[in-house]
Design a protein around this ligand. Structure first.
Ligand code: ZN
Length: 433
């Protein structure tokens, strides 16, 4: 009787890999990814309740039953389609059972901390400055330049915020590591090494009769069909993030990664960019996988590792706290997605779930901060002011420079989380000295 009820009883995870010749395995993998090591899931034996598994699957990771073709909940656990010929069967803990400790290299932040002056003592934080700097920013299309002004490169801005943030977190007691500490990439690969991968990718898509080897600048309508552009993308968007993930998971092994980004609205010609009025803020945690994404074996596996690693409550709580503090520091309104690849989470109005390569591959909790719109009128004015001491009057409020303000908001959000728990939402007002 008891065993007939779904998700109710405690069991251990048992992973069965059905034997088959490697030649019969039909695997579907994203570019540059290795086949998943499904046996790794065995380590999560009995560490998560069935109720929690289903809640996180439905509400966070695979909304609208996006994974139902591959993940099937049964009376005795869950059956996962590993690839075309293999299933993985997991048994989950149920009501009345104490789940086993979850195996993971990270630990939750102290909440509350015992030392309010140094609440991040014993915590390792990795700061991941988004994108690449210097000349790579132009290749990455994270570069534009207003006439007569210095170029805006997102990868240089994010590195500067990381450099300002690191000592602030250290003063709170944290051990801090920068995932990238120069404008250069971590990966040794370059677009020249990825030409055949790019061509394979293009042939696998629409199988065009002729594939242009190169493209003529960012406005070239054929650029996405060219080997050159695809190889560049594989370099900065895939190979680089894979290498950062290796560094995060195998070398730094932090308790939290903060991925620092700046947002932008479409700016058109990078040599004559469009200025916009919109300026906003949002934070991202991992989730909102689509059916087409989960069709890839490695994406399905990575999602399950995140879910079973129980990163979600930590990601959401920290993102909410940092969102409150950043909103207060910057006075920015929340950004709203109108696309199905993001779902709103939490109560602040600033936090969304998205499946991005970095927040999927980094196995510890990850929060993405997307602060400011780089081609907004207000940001551009402040970018031109550069770094300065104290406060200046911009946009009807007193502001520190953008790097101090951004870093200070993140540090304050983590400090509050560890010392006060979840803060109240600040009043809708700009920061005033
Ligand atoms: Zn970015």
């Amino acid at each position: 009787m008891l065993f007939r009820r779904l998700y109710v009883y405690a069991f251990y995870f048992v992973v069965f890999l059905m034997p088959a010749s490697p030649l019969t395995r039909a695997q579907r993998l994203t570019p540059l990814s290795l086949p998943p090591e499904w046996r790794r899931l065995q380590a999560y034996d009995g560490s998560l309740t069935a109720t929690q598994f289903r809640r996180w699957l439905d509400d966070v990771y695979a909304p609208d039953h996006a994974g139902q073709a591959w993940i099937r909940l049964q009376a005795d656990g869950v059956v996962i389609r590993a690839d075309a010929t293999h299933n993985v069967t997991l048994t989950l803990a149920g009501t009345g059972q104490t789940p086993k400790p979850v195996p993971r290299y990270w630990k939750p932040l102290p909440h509350p901390a015992t030392d309010p002056e140094h609440p991040l003592t014993g915590v390792t934080v990795a700061i991941d400055p988004g994108h690449l700097g210097g000349d790579f920013a132009r290749m990455e299309e994270r570069w534009f330049q207003f006439e007569g002004a210095a170029p805006i490169r997102e990868g240089d801005l994010t590195l500067r915020v990381a450099q300002v943030l690191a000592p602030q977190l250290e003063r709170l007691g944290a051990h801090v590591a920068l995932v990238r500490s120069s404008p250069e990439p971590l990966t040794q690969l370059r677009p020249g090494n990825l030409q055949s991968n790019a061509e394979e990718l293009l042939r696998g898509e629409n199988n065009p009769s002729s594939i242009p080897p190169t493209y003529q600048g960012p406005a070239d309508p054929l650029k996405e069909h060219s080997i050159e552009w695809q190889a560049e993308r594989l370099f900065y968007r895939v190979a680089e993030i894979h290498e950062r993930a290796r560094r995060v998971n195998e070398v730094i092994r932090p308790d939290l990664v903060i991925c620092v980004h700046f947002n932008a609205e479409p700016w058109g010609d990078p040599a004559h960019p469009t200025l916009v009025d919109a300026d906003h803020l949002h934070l991202l945690v991992n989730g909102a996988y689509s059916t087409s994404e989960l069709a890839y074996d490695d994406v399905r596996f990575d999602m399950l590792l995140k879910l079973l690693g129980q990163t979600h409550p930590e990601e959401l709580a920290l993102a909410e706290s940092v969102a409150h503090a950043l909103a207060q520091a910057t006075g920015l309104p929340p950004y709203r997605y109108h696309s199905p690849n993001a779902i709103p989470l939490g109560s602040s109005g600033y936090v969304w779930a998205r499946n991005l390569l970095a927040n999927r591959l980094y196995e510890c909790p990850v929060i993405y901060t997307e602060c400011y719109v780089m081609n907004s009128r207000s940001f551009f004015e402040r970018f031109q002011a550069g770094e300065y001491e104290g406060w200046r009057w911009f946009d009807n409020a007193w502001h520190q420079d953008i790097y101090q303000e951004y870093a200070g908001g993140i540090a304050e959000g983590l400090r509050r989380y560890c010392t006060e728990g979840m803060p109240q939402m600040p009043q809708a007002e700009k920061c005033h000295k």
